[in-house]
Design a binder for this molecule. Structure first.
Ligand SMILES: [Zn+2]
Length: 417
């Protein structure tokens, strides 16, 4: 597909641009990577070949080169009045710089007085080299308040941990406690961070904390998992810097409340658990703020809303009916994810099943992470010796890496793409 009727996305010939070609800084493929390097030049050709076009978009990619940050201040961000495209290096200035043509919809916009600059002899803006938005393929605009649906919320983290005989005996519970304790050091430390600890077996335990070094933690238990509610509006989701001593005490005591019933590594019978109800409780905690739910589970949920039936079928491997096992059995976790997303909540799930690795229905649980931008980590036959360190490091990494807590993604493209 390199014939003369196709144009390359990065060729200088395509840049009838606001900036001189030699000053153009292209977008890093770490930020945006297209599936095709060349495109049909006409709609007829595109229709004839039917090339699908996709893009992998990865904002804030860790190894990407720095992206210039632009603040238009009181003037506001310069955008196309018809299609709302942002000013960029492909826009062309005309009429001595008083107007500019949108590169997406070809609409001729007036240049705001504060943004005006004369054109040089080649028709380029005289200040193009000083304006990153006219030279760089990727830029970041500082959004004024009218771009926000609400003021920035405090960072909120809710830890949801399965506390059953299965998770205690496999060592997962103690490992989860260790991971949470260490991850507290990597959470944002701006005095606004809020945290909550929710554990569950066949009931949901909301742990309550008061401020101060001497404050003792307590727990409120909701046993009616079919009708989840928040037992206390104030003491469950608490400021981390004020209630950290109480949270650490609760974490320290948690493994001792459920002594292991067998030696580590020995087969463990699955425990009944109500993950769906715990997620509903976490949702009630977080819906006002948004944030991240970190779930660490050992068993297939079998109690209350979101209970999953045993549908493991070793005989299906390689057979036609195996396909059914790869699809969710119930829509509960996908619907939960939709609710989470509407409230700016993301869910990470660590599913670490004890040996001998019982059926846990990953296909039904995975949509919870898939549709909320979270990570799903499956660790069958969890063993502290083999997997414990990896789980602790993964939890710390997922909570400590640079994170955007609220976002709207919108992709604008030329008509026909
Ligand atoms: Zn436009």
């Amino acid at each position: 597909m390199t014939g003369p009727t196709f144009s390359s996305a990065g060729s200088s010939g395509a840049m009838t641009a606001a900036c001189p070609p030699e000053t153009h800084v292209p977008t890093s493929p770490l930020l945006v990577r297209l599936t095709n390097r060349v495109f049909p030049q006409t709609a007829a050709l595109a229709s004839k070949y039917g090339l699908p076009l996709g893009a992998v978009i990865h904002p804030m990619a860790p190894d990407a080169p720095p992206v210039p940050v632009i603040n238009f201040g009181q003037m506001g961000i310069v955008r196309c009045t018809r299609c709302r495209a942002y000013i960029n290096f492909m826009c062309v200035f005309t009429d001595a710089g008083r107007r500019w043509r949108c590169c997406l919809c070809q609409f001729l916009n007036g240049t705001p007085n504060e943004y005006y600059a004369a054109l040089d002899g080649s028709g380029k803006r005289s200040d193009a080299r000083q304006r990153p938005e006219l030279t760089h393929g990727s830029v970041e605009f500082v959004a004024p308040t009218d771009y926000m649906v609400r003021p920035p919320m405090p960072p909120v983290y809710v830890f949801i941990v399965e506390a059953t005989a299965a998770s205690a005996t496999s060592g997962l519970l103690a490992t989860a406690v260790d991971a949470i304790r260490r991850s507290l050091d990597v959470l944002p430390d701006d005095g606004r961070t809020k945290v909550a600890l929710v554990t569950y077996d066949v009931a949901v335990h909301f742990h309550c904390f008061k401020a101060g070094e001497e404050a003792e933690p307590s727990a409120l238990i909701v046993a009616d998992v079919e009708d989840m509610f928040l037992p206390s509006p104030d003491d469950i989701l608490v400021p981390l810097d004020e209630c950290r001593p109480g949270l650490l005490k609760a974490l320290e005591r948690l493994p001792s409340t459920l002594p292991a019933t067998a030696a580590p590594g020995t087969p463990v019978a699955p425990s009944p658990s109500c993950l769906g109800a715990a997620l509903q409780g976490a949702f009630a905690l977080m819906e006002r703020w948004g944030g991240k739910a970190m779930v660490i589970a050992a068993s297939r949920p079998t109690v209350g809303p979101g209970a999953l039936r045993e549908r493991g079928d070793p005989g299906a491997l390689g057979a036609d009916r195996e396909r059914a096992l790869l699809a969710p059995d119930i829509p509960f976790y996908r619907k939960m994810a939709v609710d989470f997303t509407r409230k700016q909540i993301s869910a990470d799930l660590f599913l670490a099943t004890p040996p001998p690795g019982p059926f846990v229905d990953v296909a039904s649980l995975a949509p919870l992470c898939k549709y909320t931008g979270g990570d799903f980590t499956y660790m069958p036959c969890f063993s502290v010796a083999a997997d414990g360190d990896r789980l602790v490091r993964s939890v710390c990494r997922q909570l400590g890496r640079e994170t955007g807590l609220e976002a709207v993604m919108r992709v604008r493209a030329t008509k026909g793409v």
